[in-house]
Design a binder for this molecule. Sequence first.
Ligand code: FE2
Ligand code: FE2
Length: 310
Amino acid sequence: MRTLAAPPSGGRTWTDLDDFQRFIDDGGMVEPSDDMPTEFRDEVFRFIEFHANSELMGGLTERDWIPHAPGLRLKQIFLAKTQDEIGHAHLLYMVAADMGVKSRTEMLEDLFAGRSRFHNVFHYQAVTWADQVAIAFLVDAAAFASQRAVFAECSYGPYKRILKRIVAEEGFHMRHGEEMLLRLATGTAIQHDMFQDALERWWWPAVQLFGPDSPPGELDPLLRWRIKSERNEVLRDAYVQKYVPLLHSYGFDIPDDGLHLDGDGRWVTSDIDWEPLKATMRQGGPDSARRIATAAANWADTAWVREALA
Ligand SMILES: [Fe+2]
Ligand SMILES: [Fe+2]
């Protein structure tokens, strides 16, 4: 539903979608003041809204674990990480709202009512501290890889500029995940087992985060318009090639009986069951309802801050 006025005119215009495509193919950068095609606006808006929602839901998960983080140093790190993620959400909601499709309030209302989507990994519950380590090590790395691929070529100016900062901070999160993993991997047998258990829960959601194979050829509009610069299956494969040997080298087993090396020495996973991913997109993941209700309750609890500021 378009509820806001179109962005101010005075920017670039295009005669039709082909004309717009030529501009994109020549390396052009679209700005909010441009008279961008409706298809582009809607598709890019949906993508950024999904990203913003994911940052907010991820930040709330980090927040939940601040009291449980073992020791002051880790509490400080998780506090900082929470602030980073909520900050990412703020920046992205601002960029999305400027596209004139929905206001920030409408986006938040849709999220809390379960009408809009967010990353599959935030539809699962973190059960132990080792799950938090798995999230930092596996999920932040998967998110980093896909965001970096968007940042590389992104044709929408405000999104690309914001991603520069987000990707830099996600790089820190990923490094911190590696540090925490090393501690468990080189720790006691109990710590090792705890991470192995967490890996059983988080390996597949992390792999599924990249999504099913991109449609063939130029059929994915996000690739055609250079919002994404890499196909889902390419990013997913690069992730598998990096993380399988890494986890093996730390002495962990990947929960995939069909995982094997092909003739070229590349890791091949079993066929991926996409049903769990699809369930999360319908808000039907194992922890979707609680997560959304918690986020909505948090929004209601903090209404007094917004009122005081207003
Ligand atoms: Fe983030
Ligand atoms: Fe992060």
